[in-house]
Ligand binder design. Sequence first.
Ligand code: SF4
Length: 164
Amino acid sequence: MLIRIAGLVPESFVDGDGIRLAVFMQGCLRRCEGCHNPDTHALDGGRLVDTAEIVAAMKRNPLLNGITLTGGEPLLQIDAAEELARAAKNFGLSVWLYTGYEFEDLPPNADALLANVDVMVDGAFVVALRDLNLQFRGSSNQRIIDVKKSRAQKKIVPWSDIGR
Ligand code: SF4
């Protein structure tokens, strides 16, 4: 399957817990003031690659703890995001997802993707709430959510790295 990406970071230490393959997906319509990745906005920007190339990159790096789907807005290419998330889970990798959607306001077709996501950082960046001291997020409205527990308990359960 083809996916339009702005770029890949083979070993990121800042886009989630541990060492992660970060996939910066191309395309976002939100135009948040102060966005750090304006180059990812154009829907026809970046470059098209085959998801198989990204899956191969996951497979060949034994140091990875997981992958991170970020952007841009990953949910604009939800089928490709789901394919990558499913492949990562099959390799025993964790999956983090950054999205401008809030957990309570996800599109109905996000369910299959979410079933393969461990942690979601939700909500659009709000420049007035920007805080450089926050871990793994840019503004304090964004939440780091344990997706599996939140789905099971039908309420937002914050992600915690305690005991990991
Ligand atoms: S949702 Fe993310 S990528 Fe899109 S404009 Fe906002 S900060 Fe930028």
